[in-house]
Design a protein around this ligand. Structure first.
Ligand SMILES: Nc1ncnc2c1ncn2[C@@H]1O[C@H](COP(=O)(O)OP(=O)(O)OP(=O)(O)O)[C@@H](O)[C@H]1O
Ligand SMILES: [Mg+2]
Length: 385
């Protein structure tokens, strides 16, 4: 392989011409990909020998590329526009597997595609939301994900709570995602691939971002992370119906909302917020989870610490608001071991899979996965004013 001369300013005349050739090659467009060959990493080397012969080596995507002649010709023509060359020689060879992978990665990046929005994507997406904070969204998300993974599903979790991220802690993940060319590889724990801004933030530091930057972060989590073929993607949302909830609806329009409430919550306040969000973003509501239902005491009696009936009331009010049935997917009791598991980075469905609380969570996980996909088919990304 020939050596590539560096086109640093202020070097000999030969280097200047190499830079000019690179410049000229910006005008050679790959006929299939419709982008400049320079941008696609197809220009392998440019050299000029003492006799003034410019040698350009171009990498084509595949052996026997039908466009090879055309690329060679156009490369030669573009190179010849640089003054002071005696001769131009263009050679080509096929990319290695590695170079091809790098190229496809770059391409995918360039178009910023979210794989879950592509036609034919089979990934079910659920956004775990709530009317207000502290109702157990994150705890529920981590346990649902681990329960689904234990059932053999390929599961990913996006921590969409940028300011209040909690997924690394709840999954016990301390490592950072590795980067393979331009793709991030999400760390895995308990069979679940997880991506969170918390993996990039030094201990004790806060994320203070406004809406557009959070939007961008969630977009990157969806498009620049190698999720592979997921069966289910869960998003842990921040409380309420703010910017992030709208971003998720825009970026992942096929995400269905799962509403977490306590038995105590006022149905009207939760349903008003979540219902109007779902109406304006046209997001489906998969159902309601009542968390922190009764506390089972050592003698077996159940104490309704936070009252009763919140789940049913929220579901009924939501159903009225959105005009279709909204099921209660399950009730999860108040259970200190659920909190302990979350604090220790091991979801309860993993540490005590047969406990009544874990069984309730597994029931919700199965109810969600069993639910038929929306009849609307693939929705296009929408914009919300
Ligand atoms: N069913 C439960 N029993 C006992 N403790 C619970 C239960 N669900 C959640 N918790 C605890 O309640 C606290 C809040 O839960 P979590 O962080 O999951 O709520 P959240 O809705 O995600 O909060 P935020 O709105 O701040 O994101 C945590 O300490 C968690 O361990
Ligand atoms: Mg949370």
């Amino acid at each position: 392989m020939s050596t590539t001369e560096q086109s640093t300013p202020g070097q000999a005349a030969g280097d200047e011409r190499v830079a000019q050739i690179h410049e000229a090659l910006n005008g050679v467009i790959d006929p299939e990909i419709h982008r400049p060959i320079t941008e696609l990493g197809m220009v392998d080397s440019v050299t000029i020998d003492e006799a003034g012969t410019a040698k350009v080596h171009v990498l084509v995507t595949i052996e026997g590329c039908p466009m090879r002649d055309r690329i060679e010709r156009e490369t030669a023509e573009a190179t010849a526009t640089v003054p002071g060359l005696a001769r131009v020689e263009v050679s080509t060879s096929a990319m290695t597997e590695e170079q091809r992978t790098a190229l496809t990665t770059r391409l995918r990046q360039g178009r910023r595609q979210i794989p879950f929005n592509q036609p034919g994507s089979l990934t079910r997406i659920f956004a775990i939301s709530s009317g207000k904070g502290g109702v157990g969204k994150s705890t529920v998300t981590a346990n649902l994900a681990a329960a689904m993974a234990a059932d053999g599903l390929r599961v990913g979790v996006i921590d969409a709570d940028i300011h209040g991220f909690s997924m690394p802690g709840m999954f016990g993940i301390t490592e950072q995602p590795t980067k393979v060319s331009d793709l991030l590889m999400p760390p895995e724990a308990h069979g679940v691939a997880v991506m969170s801004i918390g993996m990039f933030v030094p201990e004790g530091q806060a994320v203070v971002w406004r809406g557009p930057k959070m939007h961008r972060a969630i977009e990157q989590f969806a498009s620049d992370v190698f999720w592979g073929d997921l069966d289910v993607l869960l998003l842990d949302l921040p409380p309420g119906t703010g910017d992030v909830a709208i971003s998720v609806a825009q970026l992942l329009p096929s995400a269905q909302m799962v509403v977490v409430t306590t038995p105590q919550q006022s149905a009207s306040s939760v349903a008003e917020r979540v219902g109007s969000l779902s109406t304006s973003t046209e997001q489906e509501i998969a159902g309601v989870i009542e968390n922190m239902s009764g506390l089972t005491l050592p003698d077996g009696t159940v104490m309704d610490v936070f009252g009763t009936g919140g789940g049913d009331r929220v579901a009924a009010t939501l159903a009225d608001a959105v005009g279709h049935e909204v099921p209660v997917l399950g009730r999860v009791g108040l259970d200190p071991s659920l909190r302990e598991g979350a604090d220790q980075g091991v979801p309860l469905v993993v540490s005590a899979p047969d406990s009544p609380t874990a069984m309730a969570l597994k029931g919700v996980a199965r109810a969600l996965v069993r639910k038929p996909r929306g009849l609307g088919g693939m929705k296009l990304p929408l914009s919300v004013a």
